[in-house]
Design a protein around this ligand. Structure first.
Ligand SMILES: Cc1cc2nc3c(=O)[nH]c(=O)nc-3n(C[C@H](O)[C@H](O)[C@H](O)COP(=O)(O)OP(=O)(O)OC[C@H]3O[C@@H](n4cnc5c(N)ncnc54)[C@H](O)[C@@H]3O)c2cc1C
Length: 631
């Protein structure tokens, strides 16, 4: 019997050998004090494996064979109601019957209390079978989990004498979603604003009794035909991110007799290149009743919580696509013969396949690390909220760990979203190329993989936005601690020259390229401002730099131009670190470090070269255009 979990050694490596489950399971199980909970980590991990085994079988047997059929059968909008094809509804019913939507929800809310990392691994399995269906599945647990975390953050919950949840805000929505009777969506994009969230127009207003109402239009909303919408809207006229607040809006409600009243309208379903089975909706809100989440003006920050998880989830969607493309390609290349041998024996094709295989493993390494750090950080927060009576010492220890995990997750999430999305497209495209003419037809299903992959670098924040975020965070650290940066650069230069071990040397070189790229961008960024501080001791740079007036559009232009080149180096650096660390603990894994670093080192050198030698022509053209427009 086909099983997408059992047949995947690399995925099983993480679940069965690599992930440090102990600390995470302890947080999840409240130090193993939960009623009906697991007694120890081993028991919990056995359960996670069983669940993934089940999802592996289910996705391989009940979804994968119907991928082409699901691709052809689009949802339809009739009289404001979206109807999905029967096959899709049946699969969703089976997922609900297996209780999988509630996999990572707490037991008190009807869930199985499994680690979200397990849920993410399941996302890879769904996505290998059909990524469009997988994205709909994600809008069940993703929204339920986010509502739960919002409630915890607000302190809007109570526990009983045994420490179990007795009440929590949004309970009705979480439970309904958890059993599969409803799903949610994340409503950000509008006709005139996608990446540029400060330009959003949807408004939320309060009546004299303090009730909120949302009005406006949202577009491109995945699974936007559901009941629960997390909507970002303006609560002031300012054109800035702090004018935004977050709301939960019910699109409809059924009375006891089953009569449905609508509070939002699905106007249109988009016709798309791929993701056909997923409903992408345009929605109008007209004075729709809404519940404020968090504080007024905190919408952007609150939305990021949901988006960070969604971005990690997209990472796993991308692995599913890439894993499928790789397997189809290997099978085809072994069979297909040209010039007297199978095409996988031709040098160029062998090299392509080797790179695809290494990159799929790299995507998984980065995704698993991002998922673990993100989950550890917010599970710690929930633990602290639920256990107010723990000792000061234990509280401090958890807070310290939480800070480290949060910092790592913040670093890794945009890198993962960028890398996985770009790679899923590249790998799917290579799969078509290796299939030759057959790849361009629908016979082998690889053209579907490319069509479905093409949205990965667009939704949940485009690749360019991820690159800008990573660049901003990385260079921001240098502004905060210039002295530490100078020291790190000197040490890296020394290590790259003096280290003898070839693996350590390759790592040291990549780290050096990364720092040199950052240094170059910092120097180009606000070159005039650096001229003013260059003669001063490094320790006084921060004070003197921040004391000068900044024009972000002009001063940061070189860094914005090269953000993608920088992020490619940062990605390679992070992946090499993860593989190297794995190799030190599991010698059989060093093979993947060796394979990855062989290409990463020259790639980073090339990106550094681009940063150091290109860009001025475009910047001066843009400068002239901007000057002319200003006159
Ligand atoms: C199938 C699908 C599903 C989607 N699901 C959802 C959903 O569930 N919820 C939701 O809210 N939205 C959803 N979206 C919308 C998606 O998130 C947006 O399309 C995306 O954020 C980009 O916004 P935009 O389309 O307005 O493009 P724009 O923001 O107009 O960007 C156009 C191009 O310009 C680039 N760009 C913009 N600003 C900069 C900059 N400062 N520097 C460099 N480049 C820049 C972008 O990277 C992009 O390449 C979905 C879209 C699709 C296609």
């Amino acid at each position: 019997m086909a099983n997408f979990y059992k047949d995947n050694d690399d995925l099983r490596f993480y679940i069965e050998r690599e992930i440090n489950w102990g600390p995470l399971v302890k947080l999840l199980e409240d130090d193993f004090t939960q009623e009906e909970g697991f007694e120890n980590t081993e028991e919990a991990v056995e359960f996670y494996k069983e669940v993934l085994d089940l999802v592996g079988k289910f996705t391989a047997e009940e979804i994968d064979p119907y991928g082409a059929e699901l691709d052809k059968a689009h949802p339809e909008l009739k009289d404001g109601v979206v109807h999905s094809p029967e096959r899709f509804d049946n699969i969703m019913k089976q997922i609900a019957d297996l209780g999988l939507h509630g996999l990572a929800l707490p037991r008190e809310l009807g869930g199985m209390n499994a680690a979200l990392v397990t849920y993410m691994a399941a996302t890879e399995l769904y996505s290998r079978a059909d990524v469009a269906l997988s994205s709909h599945v994600g809008f069940h647990a993703g929204i339920a989990m986010a509502l739960m975390v919002y409630a915890y953050e607000e302190g809007a919950f109570e526990t009983d004498e045994k420490g179990m949840l007795s009440s929590i805000r949004f309970r009705e929505a979480i439970e309904e979603i958890g059993v599969g009777d409803a799903w949610g969506s994340m409503d950000i994009t509008e006709p005139d604003a996608g990446s540029d969230m400060a330009n959003l127009r949807t408004k939320a207003e309060q009546d004299k009794d303090g009730n909120w109402f949302v009005s406006g239009q949202k577009i491109f909303i995945t699974s936007g035909h559901g009941k629960y919408h997390v909507v970002i809207a303006k609560t002031s006229d300012k054109n800035s991110l702090d004018a935004l607040s977050l709301f939960l809006v019910k699109a409809f409600e059924d009375d006891k007799r089953g009569k449905r009243t609508f509070f939002a309208n699905v106007d249109r379903l988009e016709e798309k290149l791929g993701h056909h089975i997923s409903a992408t909706c345009a929605i109008t809100y007209s004075n729709s009743p809404a519940e404020l989440i968090g504080e007024v003006g905190d919408g952007f920050k609150q939305m990021l919580l949901l988006m960070n998880n969604a971005r990690i989830s997209v990472g796993f969607e991308c692995i599913g696509i890439a894993e499928s493309a790789l397997r189809k390609t290997k099978a085809y290349a072994e069979e297909r013969r040209a010039f007297g041998k199978s095409i996988d024996k031709h040098e160029m094709i062998a090299d392509y396949i080797d790179e695809m295989e290494t990159d799929v493993r790299a995507m998984r390494a980065l995704s698993m690390m991002a998922a673990y750090t993100e989950e550890h950080s917010y599970r710690s927060k929930i633990y602290l909220a639920r256990h107010k009576d723990i000792s000061t010492e234990k509280k401090k220890e958890i807070e310290k760990e939480m800070k480290t995990y949060r910092r790592n997750s913040r670093r890794l999430t945009p890198l993962l979203k960028y890398f996985a999305a770009e790679k899923s497209v590249e790998i799917a495209q290579r799969a078509i190329q290796i299939h030759g003419g057959a790849g361009f037809t629908t016979e082998y299903g690889v053209e579907k993989l490319l069509r479905d992959a093409m949205v990965m670098p667009i939704y949940e924040g485009t690749s360019q936005i991820q690159a800008l975020m990573a660049m901003k965070d990385t260079l921001g650290q240098i502004f905060k601690r210039p002295q530490a940066f100078v020291k790190e650069l000197a040490q890296a230069q020394f290590r790259a020259l003096s280290t003898r071990d070839p693996r350590e040397k390759a790592m040291a070189k990549i780290h050096l390229y990364s720092l040199q790229a950052q240094q170059n961008l910092i120097q180009k960024t606000a070159i005039d401002k650096f001229k003013n501080v260059r003669h001063l001791p490094v320790t006084s740079w921060l004070e003197n730099l921040t004391g000068q007036s900044w024009d972000p559009k002009k001063d940061f232009a070189p860094a914005m131009l090269h953000a993608e080149h920088l992020v490619r180096i940062l990605v390679d650096e992070a992946i090499c670190e993860i593989f190297y660390d794995q190799g030190l603990r599991h010698s059989d894994r060093m093979e993947w470090f060796d394979k990855y670093v062989e290409r990463a080192e020259p790639r980073c050198r090339y990106q550094l070269d681009l940063i150091q030698t290109t860009g001025e022509r475009i910047l001066s053209q843009l400068h002239q255009v901007n000057e002319a427009a200003a006159e």
